[in-house]
Design a protein around this ligand. Structure first.
Ligand code: ADE
Length: 224
Protein backbone atom coordinates (compact mmCIF):
# COMPACT_ATOMS: atom_id res chain seq x y z
CA UNK A 1 0.00 0.00 0.00
CA UNK A 2 1.13 3.53 -0.78
CA UNK A 3 -0.01 6.29 1.59
CA UNK A 4 0.59 9.95 0.77
CA UNK A 5 -0.04 12.52 3.47
CA UNK A 6 -0.44 16.22 2.63
CA UNK A 7 0.27 18.37 5.65
CA UNK A 8 1.73 21.65 6.86
CA UNK A 9 3.28 19.83 9.81
CA UNK A 10 5.12 16.68 8.63
CA UNK A 11 7.08 16.48 11.90
CA UNK A 12 3.88 15.57 13.73
CA UNK A 13 4.10 12.08 12.16
CA UNK A 14 7.68 11.33 13.15
CA UNK A 15 6.72 9.68 16.45
CA UNK A 16 3.75 7.51 15.50
CA UNK A 17 5.21 6.16 12.25
CA UNK A 18 8.73 5.44 13.45
CA UNK A 19 7.91 2.95 16.20
CA UNK A 20 6.57 -0.55 16.63
CA UNK A 21 4.15 -2.13 14.15
CA UNK A 22 3.84 0.76 11.69
CA UNK A 23 7.62 1.00 11.52
CA UNK A 24 7.86 -2.74 10.88
CA UNK A 25 5.23 -2.56 8.11
CA UNK A 26 7.38 0.03 6.34
CA UNK A 27 10.62 -1.89 6.87
CA UNK A 28 9.04 -5.02 5.43
CA UNK A 29 8.05 -2.99 2.35
CA UNK A 30 4.35 -3.74 2.88
CA UNK A 31 3.44 -0.09 3.23
CA UNK A 32 5.15 3.08 2.05
CA UNK A 33 4.20 6.33 3.78
CA UNK A 34 5.31 9.63 2.24
CA UNK A 35 4.78 13.13 3.66
CA UNK A 36 4.26 16.08 1.36
CA UNK A 37 4.59 19.57 2.80
CA UNK A 38 1.80 21.67 1.28
CA UNK A 39 3.94 24.79 1.80
CA UNK A 40 6.41 23.48 -0.79
CA UNK A 41 3.65 23.94 -3.40
CA UNK A 42 2.91 27.57 -2.58
CA UNK A 43 3.56 29.87 -5.55
CA UNK A 44 3.73 33.01 -3.41
CA UNK A 45 7.03 34.66 -2.49
CA UNK A 46 6.34 34.29 1.22
CA UNK A 47 5.32 30.63 0.75
CA UNK A 48 1.96 31.44 2.28
CA UNK A 49 -0.75 28.77 2.22
CA UNK A 50 -3.67 30.44 3.99
CA UNK A 51 -5.78 33.59 3.78
CA UNK A 52 -8.61 35.39 5.54
CA UNK A 53 -12.07 34.02 4.72
CA UNK A 54 -14.20 35.83 2.15
CA UNK A 55 -17.14 37.41 3.94
CA UNK A 56 -15.20 37.68 7.21
CA UNK A 57 -15.14 35.48 10.27
CA UNK A 58 -12.41 34.42 12.64
CA UNK A 59 -9.54 32.18 11.55
CA UNK A 60 -7.53 31.55 8.41
CA UNK A 61 -8.58 29.28 5.54
CA UNK A 62 -6.15 27.04 3.65
CA UNK A 63 -6.01 28.06 -0.01
CA UNK A 64 -6.85 25.70 -2.83
CA UNK A 65 -3.87 26.28 -5.16
CA UNK A 66 -0.99 24.66 -3.23
CA UNK A 67 -3.24 21.71 -2.31
CA UNK A 68 -4.37 21.27 -5.92
CA UNK A 69 -0.79 21.52 -7.28
CA UNK A 70 0.40 18.87 -4.83
CA UNK A 71 -2.51 16.50 -5.55
CA UNK A 72 -2.15 16.92 -9.34
CA UNK A 73 1.56 16.14 -9.16
CA UNK A 74 0.91 12.98 -7.14
CA UNK A 75 -1.93 11.93 -9.46
CA UNK A 76 0.58 11.89 -12.32
CA UNK A 77 2.38 9.12 -10.44
CA UNK A 78 -0.55 6.99 -9.27
CA UNK A 79 -4.29 6.55 -9.27
CA UNK A 80 -5.86 6.96 -5.85
CA UNK A 81 -8.52 4.67 -4.46
CA UNK A 82 -9.55 7.48 -2.14
CA UNK A 83 -8.49 11.08 -1.53
CA UNK A 84 -9.43 11.62 2.07
CA UNK A 85 -9.98 14.86 3.98
CA UNK A 86 -10.01 14.70 7.78
CA UNK A 87 -12.76 16.77 9.30
CA UNK A 88 -15.03 16.66 12.35
CA UNK A 89 -18.01 16.72 9.98
CA UNK A 90 -16.86 13.69 7.99
CA UNK A 91 -18.16 10.11 8.19
CA UNK A 92 -17.38 8.58 11.59
CA UNK A 93 -14.36 6.24 11.44
CA UNK A 94 -14.88 2.70 12.76
CA UNK A 95 -13.41 -0.81 12.41
CA UNK A 96 -15.56 -1.55 9.36
CA UNK A 97 -14.11 1.46 7.55
CA UNK A 98 -10.60 0.44 8.68
CA UNK A 99 -11.12 -3.05 7.19
CA UNK A 100 -12.38 -1.54 3.94
CA UNK A 101 -9.51 0.96 3.59
CA UNK A 102 -6.90 -1.68 4.45
CA UNK A 103 -7.70 -3.45 1.14
CA UNK A 104 -6.80 -0.37 -0.95
CA UNK A 105 -3.61 0.22 -2.92
CA UNK A 106 -3.16 4.01 -2.95
CA UNK A 107 -4.56 6.37 -0.35
CA UNK A 108 -4.06 10.11 0.02
CA UNK A 109 -4.80 11.95 3.26
CA UNK A 110 -5.20 15.73 3.30
CA UNK A 111 -4.74 17.32 6.73
CA UNK A 112 -6.48 20.65 7.25
CA UNK A 113 -5.52 23.26 9.80
CA UNK A 114 -6.80 26.61 11.06
CA UNK A 115 -10.43 27.06 9.93
CA UNK A 116 -10.02 24.24 7.40
CA UNK A 117 -9.64 24.25 3.63
CA UNK A 118 -11.38 26.32 0.95
CA UNK A 119 -14.69 24.51 0.31
CA UNK A 120 -13.77 24.03 -3.37
CA UNK A 121 -11.07 21.55 -2.27
CA UNK A 122 -13.81 19.42 -0.73
CA UNK A 123 -16.12 19.85 -3.72
CA UNK A 124 -13.62 19.06 -6.46
CA UNK A 125 -10.56 17.24 -5.12
CA UNK A 126 -11.72 15.03 -2.24
CA UNK A 127 -13.47 11.66 -2.59
CA UNK A 128 -14.10 10.89 1.10
CA UNK A 129 -14.31 12.86 4.37
CA UNK A 130 -13.60 11.14 7.67
CA UNK A 131 -13.98 12.18 11.33
CA UNK A 132 -12.41 10.21 14.16
CA UNK A 133 -14.92 11.44 16.73
CA UNK A 134 -17.27 14.17 17.82
CA UNK A 135 -14.63 16.59 19.08
CA UNK A 136 -12.43 19.17 17.38
CA UNK A 137 -8.68 18.66 17.01
CA UNK A 138 -6.24 21.40 16.01
CA UNK A 139 -5.82 19.75 12.63
CA UNK A 140 -6.15 16.55 10.64
CA UNK A 141 -2.68 15.20 11.49
CA UNK A 142 -3.54 13.28 14.64
CA UNK A 143 -6.71 11.94 13.00
CA UNK A 144 -4.64 10.74 10.03
CA UNK A 145 -2.14 9.05 12.35
CA UNK A 146 -4.99 7.22 14.10
CA UNK A 147 -6.54 6.04 10.82
CA UNK A 148 -3.21 5.00 9.27
CA UNK A 149 -2.36 3.04 12.41
CA UNK A 150 -5.74 1.26 12.39
CA UNK A 151 -5.52 0.28 8.71
CA UNK A 152 -1.83 -0.58 8.35
CA UNK A 153 -1.97 -3.20 11.12
CA UNK A 154 -4.71 -4.99 9.16
CA UNK A 155 -2.64 -5.44 5.99
CA UNK A 156 -1.58 -9.10 5.75
CA UNK A 157 2.03 -9.57 6.87
CA UNK A 158 2.24 -6.45 9.06
CA UNK A 159 1.31 -8.21 12.30
CA UNK A 160 3.46 -11.20 13.16
CA UNK A 161 0.56 -13.28 14.42
CA UNK A 162 -1.79 -13.28 11.44
CA UNK A 163 -4.75 -14.29 13.53
CA UNK A 164 -4.44 -11.53 16.08
CA UNK A 165 -6.13 -8.80 14.03
CA UNK A 166 -9.12 -11.11 13.55
CA UNK A 167 -9.65 -11.45 17.29
CA UNK A 168 -9.56 -7.68 17.88
CA UNK A 169 -12.39 -5.91 19.59
CA UNK A 170 -15.09 -4.83 17.09
CA UNK A 171 -14.15 -7.34 14.37
CA UNK A 172 -17.35 -9.29 15.09
CA UNK A 173 -19.15 -6.41 16.83
CA UNK A 174 -17.96 -7.76 20.18
CA UNK A 175 -15.27 -6.31 22.42
CA UNK A 176 -12.33 -8.53 23.34
CA UNK A 177 -12.35 -10.79 26.42
CA UNK A 178 -9.92 -9.95 29.26
CA UNK A 179 -6.36 -11.29 28.99
CA UNK A 180 -3.94 -12.35 31.74
CA UNK A 181 -0.32 -13.43 31.98
CA UNK A 182 2.18 -14.60 34.62
CA UNK A 183 2.10 -14.55 37.60
CA UNK A 184 -1.15 -16.47 38.11
CA UNK A 185 -1.43 -14.95 41.59
CA UNK A 186 -0.29 -11.38 42.25
CA UNK A 187 -0.90 -10.02 45.78
CA UNK A 188 -3.79 -12.48 46.01
CA UNK A 189 -5.34 -11.13 42.76
CA UNK A 190 -5.92 -14.38 40.88
CA UNK A 191 -6.25 -15.27 37.22
CA UNK A 192 -9.58 -17.05 36.47
CA UNK A 193 -9.10 -20.80 37.10
CA UNK A 194 -10.49 -21.79 33.71
CA UNK A 195 -7.55 -20.16 31.88
CA UNK A 196 -5.11 -22.41 33.76
CA UNK A 197 -7.19 -25.57 33.19
CA UNK A 198 -5.76 -26.61 29.83
CA UNK A 199 -9.29 -27.36 28.45
CA UNK A 200 -9.04 -25.42 25.20
CA UNK A 201 -12.69 -25.83 24.16
CA UNK A 202 -13.93 -24.67 27.56
CA UNK A 203 -11.48 -21.77 27.50
CA UNK A 204 -12.83 -20.64 24.10
CA UNK A 205 -16.38 -20.89 25.43
CA UNK A 206 -15.43 -18.78 28.47
CA UNK A 207 -13.75 -16.16 26.28
CA UNK A 208 -16.82 -15.91 24.10
CA UNK A 209 -19.10 -15.52 27.13
CA UNK A 210 -16.83 -12.81 28.49
CA UNK A 211 -16.93 -10.97 25.16
CA UNK A 212 -20.70 -11.03 25.00
CA UNK A 213 -21.07 -10.05 28.68
CA UNK A 214 -18.58 -7.16 28.35
CA UNK A 215 -20.23 -5.91 25.20
CA UNK A 216 -23.66 -5.97 26.94
CA UNK A 217 -22.26 -4.03 29.89
CA UNK A 218 -19.95 -1.58 28.18
CA UNK A 219 -21.10 -1.12 24.57
CA UNK A 220 -24.68 -2.42 24.25
CA UNK A 221 -25.08 -0.38 21.05
CA UNK A 222 -22.79 -2.89 19.27
CA UNK A 223 -25.24 -5.76 19.88
CA UNK A 224 -28.15 -4.05 18.09
N1 ADE B 1 -9.89 17.62 12.36
C1 ADE B 1 -10.27 18.30 13.45
N2 ADE B 1 -11.00 17.53 14.25
C2 ADE B 1 -11.11 16.31 13.65
C3 ADE B 1 -11.77 15.10 13.97
N3 ADE B 1 -12.48 14.95 15.08
N4 ADE B 1 -11.67 14.09 13.10
C4 ADE B 1 -10.98 14.22 11.96
N5 ADE B 1 -10.35 15.36 11.60
C5 ADE B 1 -10.41 16.40 12.43
Amino acid sequence: MQIDILTLFPNMFEGPFSESIIKRGQEKGIVKIDMHNIRDYSTSKQKSVDEYAFGGGAGMVMQIEPIDLCIQKLKEQRTYDEIIYLSPDGELFDQKMANHLSTKKNLLFLCGHYKGVDERVREHLITKEISIGDYVLTGGELATAVIVDAIVRLIPGVLNDETSALSDSFQDNLISPPVYTRPADYKGWKVPEILLSGHQAKIEEWKNEQSVERTKQRRPNLLK
